[in-house]
Write a protein that binds this ligand. Sequence first.
Ligand code: PMP
Length: 391
Amino acid sequence: MDYNKLINKSLLDIKPSGIRRFFDIAAEMKEVISLGIGEPDFFTPWHIRDAGIRSLETGHTHYTANSGLQELREEISKYIYSRQGITYDPRSEILVTVGGSEALDLAIRSLVNCGDEVLIPEPAFVCYDPITTIAGGIPVKIETKVENNFRLTARELKEAITDKTKLLVLPYPNNPTGAVMRRRDLEEIAEVLRGTDIIVLSDEIYGELTYGDTPHVSIASIEGMQEKTIVVNGFSKAYAMTGWRLGYICAPAPLTKAMTKLHQYAIMSSPTVSQYAAVEALKNGDEDIESMRQEYDRRRRLVVDGFRSIELDCFEPEGAFYVFPCIRSTGLSSEDFCEQLLHSQHVAVIPGTAFGECGQGFVRVSYCYSAKHLLEALDRIERFLKSLRGR
Ligand code: PMP
C-alpha cells in the first residue's frame, strides 16, 4: 500500500523539525555534550509536584470544564493583571490548553482560512509555519536583523502587510535569538496595526525569562491592542513544567469561544493533575521563577562571554535561554558547522536554519545546562575553532 498517497497532502510536504534531526544524530553517538535542548534542566519545584500528587490522592481524576478549572482561570487572570496590568475575564477570555503548543495550534487554525497570510518574523520557533500551511494559510516570513537586535521593526511589518494578512505572530522573548521587544518597539508595531483587522498572536512563553533592566511587556498591554491580541503562555519554561503539558490562551471572548470549540473536539480538557499543580505554581511559585531566572542569567553571561573570548560574534540575548552566535567567520554553513562540530568534538548545537532560512550563518546554543557542562562544551568548541583556523 502506498501510504503516502493516503496522507494529507500538506502534511506530507512538511519537513520534520530541524531541531530533532540533530538530536537523532547525537543520540547515536557516545559522550556527546548537547547544548541542543530547549527545556529547563531544573525539576519542577517540589511544592508544585506535591499539589499534583495531592490532587490524585484526593480523587481529582476526571475531566475538568473544557476551558479548564475555574480556579486556575481565576489565578491566570490575577497573574496577568499582576504582570501586565490588564484584565481578562476568567469565564470568557481564558482557555487552558495542552502546553503553549496546543494554544498556538488553536489560534492559527481557528483564524486562518485558505489563502490567508500569516506574518512570521524569523528566526523563530519551528511550529508557526507548518501549522499555518496545514490550515491552508500562507506563511509570509519577515527577516529580523541582528543590527536591529533581532526585533521586528514597524517598517518591516508595514512592508509585509497585504490585504490578505490575517495574523501577525509576535514571538518574543524569542527562541532562538533571545531578542526582546521593548515597550517603544511594541507601540510602533501597534501604530502600524491600528485601523486594521490584523490579529496579533503573541507567543509569550518566555515572558518570565528576561535579563535586561525591564521586564517583559505584552503587546496586549499597549493601548488598543488587547482587543486584537491572542496571548499564548504556559507553565513549561517559567516553572520547569515541560512534561506536565500545560499552557493557556488569553484573548477577546469571541475568539476564545471559537478556540474553545476546536479544543473541545480535539482535546476535551487539559490534564486535570497538571491543572491542580498549575494553581499552586501561580499562587506560590514566584520565588522559584526568580531563583531559576537568576541561575539562567549567570549561565547566559558565562556562555556569551565564552563565545566572545573564542572570537565568535555573539548577539547579547535579553530573554529566553538561548544564545545565537554568528559562525560566518568560520566560512562554514550552519549545517556544516553543526555536523563537523558534532563529529569532531561531540558537541551538539542546532543550525540557525532550523528556525528559518535567515538563520543561515548562526547556530542556536541552549544554556539549560550546568555551568560545568557549559564550560566543557565551550572548551570543545574552542578546540574545534582552532582546528578550523589551523592554530
Ligand atoms: N513557543 C516557543 C517559542 C517555544 O520555544 C516552545 C517550546 N520550545 C513553545 C511555544 C511550546 O511550549 P510548550 O508546548 O511546552 O508550552
